[in-house]
Design a protein around this ligand. Structure first.
Ligand SMILES: [Zn+2]
Length: 168
């Protein structure tokens, strides 16, 4: 056993060392407070050799970031557009269903998967604030029949329909 090094007040990643705890199997233990607020007892070696950098929240944050990049973050605006589109076509309780699902307008199979819809959107000029528009208003939501336009343009296109403008 080497000489005890006082780690009190040191910072390792998200962990701030608060005080020494009783040794376990002759290994020094330190009580650490994580930036997220959690307390954790960590062996000195794990701190000093960089094995432990948080209470565990760091690892789950990284996993979450990876997952959201991979799956398309469900909080992004485009996900809302996709969801609204499905609701209009598939949910009879949706206030706009009568203009869509009830008229036989659907979402193509490929776009039922958000990732497919997202890839198409990003490759076809989607920007925040634009709304999805069907070129043939009797056609489905599918790659060949959709484009991104401004709300104002859509308003003109919808003059035949007595609907309020949706914020997709
Ligand atoms: Zn934490």
């Amino acid at each position: 056993m080497g000489k005890l090094i006082d780690l009190t007040g040191r910072r390792y990643g998200r962990l701030f060392v608060e005080k020494q705890m009783p040794a376990v199997k002759h290994r020094a233990q330190w009580l650490c407070r994580c930036d997220c607020g959690a307390l954790r007892v960590v062996p000195a070696g794990s701190l000093r050799y960089g094995h432990t950098r948080s209470c565990g929240c760091l690892r789950s944050d990284i996993a979450r970031t990876k997952a959201s990049t991979l799956n398309g973050c469900s909080s992004e605006k485009l996900h809302g557009v996709w969801n609204m589109m499905k609701q209009r076509c598939q949910n009879p309780n949706n206030q706009d269903y009568k203009y869509y699902g009830a008229r036989g307008i659907g979402v193509c199979d490929s776009w039922k998967n958000y990732l497919n819809f997202r890839s198409w959107a990003l490759a076809n000029g989607y920007e925040k604030g634009l709304t999805i528009d069907r070129i043939d208003s009797d056609g489905n939501y599918e790659a060949g029949n959709c484009r991104w336009i401004s709300i104002q343009e859509q308003q003109k296109n919808r003059r035949h329909r007595n609907t309020s403008i949706k914020k997709d």
